[in-house]
Design a protein around this ligand. Structure first.
Ligand code: ROI
Length: 165
């Protein structure tokens, strides 16, 4: 089993419920178990500002699925939750699932980069991740705690516990 961290985000519809239901969906994937969930956080939109605030969280799963297979499964979950992929890359979305870290692997494929390309600068990824993995060291050797210290909170707030629904 490989430990995998997944970032979740939503700013359309019932965001909190979308994220909680997506965690349940992740926990039900084959050859996979859900190990830990961060709190739900509210964050200001990164990118265009004329969109609602986001709800974000990070979970830890353990899985035997390959990175590509897991990507396929996370995209299925996004689609089941009404995600429509539009050309405006940074527009609002009902559900976004990002594979942040897959064990210590580094991958550079056309449709999958691991560690996730933007994670080191994103407060809505780093703080929830730090909540569930304070001792984490990234494959590049950087300590998560150092990245968190260098990353402004930018209005990020804890909303509530993440409860599976
Ligand atoms: N902004 C926040 N705060 N949270 C997200 O999950 C998020 N996801 C995105 C973009 C549009 C970059 N902005 C975001 O994809």
């Amino acid at each position: 089993m490989t430990p995998v961290y997944i970032g979740l985000g939503s700013n359309l519809g019932q965001s909190q419920k979308q994220i909680q239901a997506a965690c349940r969906d992740l926990s039900q994937l084959s050859e996979t178990r859900l190990i830990k969930c961060s709190s739900l956080f509210q964050s200001l939109p990164m990118g265009p500002q004329n969109q609602p605030n986001y709800v974000n969280a990070v979970v830890l799963i353990e899985t035997r699925l390959s990175p590509d297979c897991l990507l396929h499964q996370t995209q299925n979950i996004e689609t089941q939750h009404g995600r429509i992929r539009k050309s405006d890359r940074w527009g609002p979305r009902t559900l976004d699932l990002d594979i942040l870290l897959y064990g210590q692997q580094q991958l550079n494929e056309v449709n999958l980069t691991i560690p996730h390309i933007g994670m080191k600068q994103r407060e809505f990824v780093l703080y929830p991740l730090f909540e569930i993995a304070p001792e984490l060291i990234l494959p590049c050797g950087e300590k998560l705690s150092d990245l968190v210290r260098a990353c402004p909170k930018n209005g990020l707030q804890i909303m509530s516990e993440l409860v599976l629904i």
